[in-house]
Write a protein that binds this ligand. Structure first.
Ligand code: IPM
Ligand code: MG
Length: 362
């Protein structure tokens, strides 16, 4: 029997609530036999700061390097906003991405047909949306130096962040994106701001050069402002989008609304050696502890984990099928609720997925 180990990092806000539901799914998979899952928990974000004085304790990185895959909930909240940047919860997340060299972030924005009315956008616009956003995750303006705020001689302050990419960094994310596109509709749109920013002109050149290795994939380029508009004008024109860290952050939140709710979007953060899975929504402090958060993005992240890292694609299919069934039955957390459906909380949603999973084996 194969043995796999998973590190769970619930984090802050709604993180622990959604993680508890994901854990049930993992435990169910383990109880079926076929794969032995070892699960351990660790600290990241605000809770890690509270307990250890650092949002990413060394112990968490040691654990993360030891396991086959990491599942992360969410980090951050108003409680930690007054802290200096170096110890903010978000730095824990950025730190683990950087330390594990997780450069490739896959964010699938796929509309479940049952949720077509849950989007704030019109049915005829969002219907059929199936986009994979490939976001560069370990470089760009999030990590570039110099950074920080200094005080000038006249007492004025000056803030600076640096957008930086090297050829090698662009090549590897481009290659990953072409590989993903090759397994889908074979269309890749690279998003940049090459008309203004030299670094993204380099991005465009390098992506184009890598494209020569993938003659079957149709490559196009789009400026980010236009891409933001095209995403909500006609999302079906997109198959795979590849872009920089910050543009990917923004465009993936925008794309999530095509699927009804940000509470539905899972993600995989992959490097050459390590893999981390997380829902793209944040810690949602406004609803934390109320039992109403949507656990489906985390459950779908577990499915991605089985597909991309744990070598059990049939288990991924099964989890996705179970989510589909629960939506078919009309169960909805408040973020995807529509009149005529049944409003349920976090735990009831997790239980319903679990029940549907069990049925799918009968
Ligand atoms: C995301 C989040 C993070 C990011 C924050 C929490 C640091 O918005 O994963 O999209 O900006 O990358
Ligand atoms: Mg974001």
């Amino acid at each position: 029997m194969s043995k796999k180990s998973i590190l769970l990092l619930p984090g802050d806000g709604i993180g622990p609530e959604i993680m508890a539901e994901a854990r049930k799914i993992l435990e169910w998979v383990a109880s079926r036999g076929g794969v032995a899952l070892h699960m351990e928990e660790g600290l990241i974000g605000g809770i890690a700061y509270d307990q250890t004085g650092h949002p990413l304790p060394e112990e968490t990185l040691t654990q993360a390097r030891r396991v086959d895959a990491v599942l992360l909930g969410a980090v951050g909240g108003p409680k930690w906003e007054p802290l200096p940047y170096e110890v903010r919860p978000e730095r824990g997340l950025l730190g683990i991405r950087k330390s594990l060299d997780l450069f490739c972030n896959l964010r699938p924005a796929k509309l479940f047909p049952q949720l077509v009315e849950a989007s704030t956008l019109k049915r005829e616009v969002v219907e059929g949306t199936d986009i994979m956003v490939v976001r560069e995750l370990s470089s760009g303006i999030y990590f570039g130096e110099p950074r920080g705020v200094t005080t000038l001689a006249n007492g004025e302050k000056r803030g600076v962040n640096t957008l930086v990419y090297t050829t090698r960094e662009i090549e590897r994310i481009a290659r990953s994106a072409f590989q993903v596109a090759a397994t889908r509709q074979k269309k890749l749109c690279s998003v940049d701001k090459a008309n203004v920013l030299e670094v993204t002109e380099l991005w465009r050149e390098v992506v184009t050069a890598v494209g020569k290795e993938f003659p079957d994939v149709a490559l196009s380029h789009m400026y980010v402002d236009n891409a933001a508009m095209q995403l909500i004008r006609n999302p079906r024109q997109f198959d795979v989008i590849v872009t920089t860290n910050m543009f990917g952050d923004i465009l993936s939140d925008e794309a999530s609304m095509l699927t009804g709710s940000i509470g539905m979007l899972s993600s995989a953060s992959l490097g050459e050696q390590y893999a981390l899975y997380e829902p793209i929504h944040g810690s949602a402090p406004d609803i934390a502890g109320k039992g109403v958060a949507n656990p489906l993005a985390t459950i779908l992240s577990v499915a991605m984990m089985f597909r991309h890292t744990l070598g059990l694609p049939e288990m991924a299919d099964r989890i996705e099928l179970a989510v589909n069934r629960v939506l078919d039955r009309g169960l909805r957390t408040p973020d995807i609720f529509q009149p005529g459906t049944q409003k349920v909380g976090t735990v009831a949603m997790g239980d319903a997925v679990l029940a549907a999973l069990s049925e799918s084996l009968l």
